[in-house]
Design a protein around this ligand. Structure first.
Ligand SMILES: Nc1nc(=O)c2c([nH]1)NC[C@@H]1CN(c3ccc(C(=O)N[C@@H](CCC(=O)O)C(=O)O)cc3)C=[N+]21
Length: 299
């Protein structure tokens, strides 16, 4: 039986609509406009595309967007001075520093400089700790987006076996925490895992975030499993010269024949990431102003 294809693009549009509704209410009833600041250091072409997409979605949702493009040789001192300014600016409710940053900068130190209550990437030690303790913080956008898709697709996840391939702070670890909160039995697999295929075959929910194109094959997947593909590898397009094509971590054509549901790449998890960035900004804005949190936009 062929899997149903989870339409992340359509779902993200509904999230963005909800966000826009909350934003309109905040403006009307409270005179507050949620604001997101995005900092880009250097001119990585992929990052420029993402940052432009974030700016567009932020404005479309009715929020204020503050873009800061800094030269590649910006010193830590100058970057920190900007972050300190944004931390102190009441018009800015969310701050994101686009990664990767140039080699002379240290991502961990950059994240640590951002006020945790404005850390809409959920990367700070404070937000990671709050999530691990089951308390309210800000949750990294991509795992939050995957959770929203899973809640919609699977519903009650209690007791299910969930396997997350990948253990990064940005994705694997927070994803595992969210699945644990849903009462899944969670396994975090990674590059050193023995017999990864066998571990994956146990999963009712399989989340792949390793960054290796089409690594997950048909025989890695339990029949009827729900498969979430977080990978994005850009390759030269096989048919169209000069164009590129995106591949996920899952061999989509094969796995779609055994899974019950699967996210495509593109059009799956990716669009949810930006939608959740907007959602986190609204959440941060409500908290900063002592207002009730938006419903349906948090973990
Ligand atoms: N501090 C930080 N936070 C991030 O969240 C962050 C980051 N740095 N650096 C780069 C990665 C990547 N990322 C994506 C966002 C949207 C799509 C997305 O919308 N993808 C579309 C298509 C994109 C296309 O066609 O190029 C899709 O999958 O359908 C993908 C990837 C956020 N990231």
């Amino acid at each position: 039986m062929a899997a149903s294809i989870i339409d992340g693009k359509a779902f993200a549009a509904t999230v963005r609509e909800k966000v826009a509704g909350h934003v309109a209410r905040l403006k009307e009833e409270n005179g507050i406009t949620p604001g997101l600041a995005v900092v880009l250091v250097g001119m990585d072409p992929a990052s420029e595309v993402y940052v432009a997409a974030k700016h567009k979605s932020t404005v479309e949702a009715g929020m204020a967007s503050f873009e800061h493009k800094l030269p590649a040789d910006t010193s830590e001192e100058d970057l920190f001075a900007l972050i300190d300014e944004l931390n102190a600016d009441p018009k800015v409710h969310g701050i994101l520093c686009q990664f990767p940053v140039p080699d002379h900068l240290d991502e961990r130190r950059v994240v640590a400089r951002i006020d945790p209550s404005k850390d809409v990437d959920g990367l700070s030690v404070v937000n990671a700790g709050l999530l691990a303790s089951g308390e309210k913080g800000l949750v990294s956008c991509t795992p939050l987006g995957c959770l929203m898709l899973l809640r919609d697709q699977v519903g009650n996840m209690s007791g299910k076996n969930a396997v997350v391939i990948g253990r990064s702070n940005l994705f694997g670890k927070p994803m595992a925490q969210l699945l644990l909160q849903q009462n899944c039995t969670v396994t975090i697999a990674h590059s050193r895992t023995q017999d990864l295929a066998a571990v994956c075959r146990d999963a009712d929910i399989l989340v792949a975030a390793v960054g290796r194109a089409e690594m997950v094959k048909r025989d890695w997947v339990k029949p009827g499993a729900t498969v979430i593909d977080v990978g994005i590898t850009r390759i030269p397009h096989p048919e169209k010269p000069g164009k590129t094509k995106l591949l996920g971590d899952v061999d989509f054509a094969e796995v779609a024949e055994v899974a019950s549901a699967i996210t495509p790449v593109p059009g799956g998890v990716g669009p949810m990431t930006i939608a959740c960035l907007l959602a986190n900004t609204v959440t941060a804005c409500c908290r900063a102003n002592g207002l009730a949190e938006p419903e349906g936009l948090t973990a």
